[in-house]
Design a protein around this ligand. Structure first.
Ligand code: SAM
Length: 244
C-alpha cells in the first residue's frame, strides 16, 4: 500500500506532541515508525496482522497508545509482552525505549516470525520474540523473572492475571492495557490477583486524541507482592473454564 511518507512523519510528530510524548520521538525513531508502517501494511495484505489499515489511525491507535505504556515503564526494565500478536506493544515500545530488554510472546508462530523479521529490518537490539503459551512460560525457568509483564487485548482480566502474574518477579509489576469493561473485569479479578501474589497498585486512565478521534482506556497496574503458589498457572482449559 502506497502512502505519503512526508505526511506520515509530520502527522506522527503532531500526534506525539499533542499527547505529551514528543520527548520520546527523534529523527531516527520517526524513520523506524515509517519503516514499521510500510512493513505492517505490506505484510497485512498477506496475513491478517491488524484490522487498522489507515496510517493516521495506526499512529493514534497503535503508536500513541503504545507510547502511553512506554512512558510509564521503569528504566532498564526486563519486560515480557504477553500475546504480542503483530508486535503491539512490543515493537513501538522497543523503538521508543531502547533501554528496555523486551521479550514478545505469542502462541501464533506466524505473528512471531513477523515480529522477528521487523526486529531485524529495524535493527531493534534488545527485542526478542518467541512462540509460546504464557501459561507454559509461567512454569518454565522464566517464572518470576521479569520486572514488568504487559498485555494488550489478550484476555479478560481474571484470565490474564493467571497468564501474566506468575512471570513477574517480586517487586515487579503486571501492566494490562484494558478496554471498556475494565472496571467490571477488575472487580471480578480481585480474588485471582490476591491468590497469585498481586495487589492492585493503580489504574491510569489513558486519554489520547488526534484531530479526528479520542481514545480513553485504562492501564491497570498490579504489584507483585508475594510468590505465586506452585499450582499456578494451570492449563489454559482450566484457566478459561474455571477462572480464579
Ligand atoms: N497485543 C496485540 C495487540 O494489541 O494488537 C495482539 C492482540 S490479539 C487480539 C491477542 C493475541 O494474544 C493473539 O495474537 C493470540 O495468539 C495471543 N494469545 C492469546 N492467548 C495466549 C496465551 N495463552 N499465550 C500466548 N499468546 C496468547
Amino acid at each position: 500500500m502506497q502512502f505519503d511518507e512526508k505526511q506520515f512523519k509530520s502527522r506522527l510528530t503532531k500526534v506525539f506532541d499533542r499527547n505529551g510524548f514528543s520527548s520520546m520521538l527523534n529523527m531516527e525513531r520517526t524513520e523506524k515508525f515509517l519503516a514499521l508502517t510500510k512493513i505492517l501494511l505490506e505484510e497485512n495484505e498477506k496475513y491478517n496482522l491488524t484490522a487498522i489499515k489507515e496510517p493516521n489511525k495506526i499512529i493514534l491507535n497503535h503508536y500513541a497508545d503504545c507510547a502511553a505504556l512506554a512512558d510509564v515503564l521503569p528504566k532498564g526494565a526486563r519486560v515480557a509482552d504477553i500475546g504480542c500478536g503483530a508486535g503491539f506493544p512490543t515493537l513501538p515500545v522497543a523503538i521508543l525505549r531502547p533501554d528496555l530488554k523486551i521479550l514478545g510472546v505469542d502462541s501464533t508462530a506466524k505473528r512471531i516470525a513477523y515480529v522477528n523479521m521487523v526486529k531485524d529490518e529495524l535493527s531493534l537490539g534488545e527485542v526478542e520474540a518467541i512462540t509460546a503459551r504464557a501459561e507454559d512460560l509461567g512454569k518454565s525457568e522464566l517464572r518470576e523473572s521479569f520486572d514488568i509483564v504487559t498485555a494488550r487485548a489478550v484476555a479478560a482480566m481474571r484470565v490474564l492475571t493467571e497468564l501474566c502474574l506468575p512471570l513477574v518477579k517480586i517487586g515487579g509489576q503486571m501492566i494490562a492495557m484494558k478496554g471498556k469493561n475494565a472496571e467490571f473485569e477488575l472487580a471480578e479479578s480481585k480474588k485471582a490477583i490476591s491468590i497469585l501474589g498481586g495487589k492492585l497498585a493503580a489504574t491510569h486512565m489513558i486519554r489520547l486524541s488526534d484531530d479526528d478521534e479520542e481514545i480513553i482506556h485504562p492501564l491497570i497496574v498490579i504489584d507483585k507482592k508475594a510468590k505465586t503458589p506452585p499450582a499456578y498457572p494451570r492449563a489454559y482449559a482450566q484457566i478459561s473454564k474455571k477462572p480464579l
